[in-house]
Design a protein around this ligand. Structure first.
Ligand SMILES: [Zn+2]
Ligand SMILES: [Zn+2]
Length: 362
């Protein structure tokens, strides 16, 4: 799921579910995300010689399912006709309904192997294993006792607080750089890790239907959560209780941004908000935003801080006191992703012997 900053209020007001015909056998269907300011996921339908293929499916919820099926009907298709499902990344607002679509149609589901691994882990993991991991991680980040206490409480009362239905295992792998083999279409997978380790954008390497009307660029890009017109996706650590590899998700994300700018698509079809042009300009704005954010963090780190203290001091879309429990965990993960980047760039370091670990600017 993308982080909501600016633009969320407009999205909330614009929930009239309208199917959009983008031309050239491409439609978007807004599928609502219950109780979320993002409003909806734009599920894309791509017509192929063997029937419709979906890019993402939407949140697992009866209202969302109704919106998806009636939206497909408005495109002249039926969920039973769906031939394949391409998933940009494993988040539940993108992959939630995939299992139900597969049951209704017999379609295959394809995903990048790194996100398929996350799905496999989520299906197999004991909820208590995950909670232990979260508690340990937050303790190491310097979270105060009042934040850690609720993490222990659900287990004593027998509730886990984790969503019930398991995400669907994909049947196929999306291989970076390769064409997806869709009959009659030319769609290429572009690996864009950062928001998740296996996030992909899908580049439709066909002339834009409006080419020749003053629109420059190459084809269209289904950008998932990687490139959105008015909000920035959440970049946290890649959470894996069983893998201690030190990754650099923010570094991955910035590289992935440059990769999609270099494609220079004529139009971007994102999974939230609305379609837009001039991807390179949007990429520049995001690179500038992250550069400014890193500079701001460095200034804060003139005093040694734990990741938790850094998260408290960072600027969010509302004051820290108003940020709910779950979002604070996401915020700390984002602070840690920025710390990783600064350490990797040699601009910050851990204070030797500190526990919980303190970071300072160099
Ligand atoms: Zn997401
Ligand atoms: Zn999303």
């Amino acid at each position: 799921m993308a982080q909501v900053t600016r633009g969320a209020q407009e999205a909330r007001g614009a929930q009239v579910a309208r199917v959009t015909d983008h031309g050239g056998g491409v439609w978007s269907v807004p599928v609502p995300i219950p109780d979320n300011p993002l409003g909806h996921t734009l599920v894309h339908l791509l017509d192929t010689d063997r029937g419709p293929v979906l890019i993402d499916t939407g949140w697992d919820d009866p209202t969302a399912w109704d919106a998806l099926t009636s939206g497909l009907a408005a495109c002249g298709a039926s969920v039973a006709d769906v031939h394949g499902v391409l998933i940009t990344h494993h988040h539940p607002d993108h992959h939630g309904l995939s299992g139900q679509v597969r049951e209704a149609s017999g379609a295959w589901i394809a995903m990048h192997s790194a996100d398929a691994q996350v799905v496999r882990r989520a299906r197999e993991a004991e909820p208590s294993h995950w909670l232990d991991y979260l508690e340990e991680k937050l303790t190491a980040a310097g979270a105060p006792e009042e934040h850690l206490a609720p993490l222990r409480a659900p287990r004593t009362s027998g509730r886990t607080g984790l969503p019930g239905r398991r995400p669907a295992l994909p049947d196929r792998e999306i291989v970076p750089g390769e064409l997806l083999g869709l009959p009659g279409r030319r769609l290429r997978a572009i690996w864009t890790p950062g928001h998740t380790p296996g996030h992909v954008c899908l580049h439709l390497e066909e002339a834009h239907p409006a080419a020749g009307e003053g629109l420059s660029g190459h084809g269209r890009l289904f950008s998932g959560d990687h490139l959105l017109p008015g909000i920035t996706p959440h970049i946290g650590l890649y959470e894996d209780p069983d893998d201690a590899t030190v990754t650099d998700p923010l570094g991955d994300y910035l590289d992935s941004l440059e990769r999609v700018a270099a494609l220079a698509p004529a139009e971007v079809l994102p999974a939230h908000q609305y379609a837009f042009t001039d991807a390179p300009a949007r990429v520049r704005a995001l690179l500038d935003h992250h550069e400014e954010r890193l500079a701001g963090l460095l200034a804060l780190l003139s005093t040694p801080l734990t990741p938790w203290r850094l998260a408290e001091a960072m600027e969010w879309n509302r004051p820290w006191e108003q940020i709910p429990f779950g979002s604070r965990n996401i915020a700390v993960s984002e602070a840690e992703a920025h710390l990783r980047r600064l350490v990797k760039l040699g601009r910050a370091e851990a204070v030797p012997g500190s526990d919980p670990v303190l970071y300072q600017a160099i």
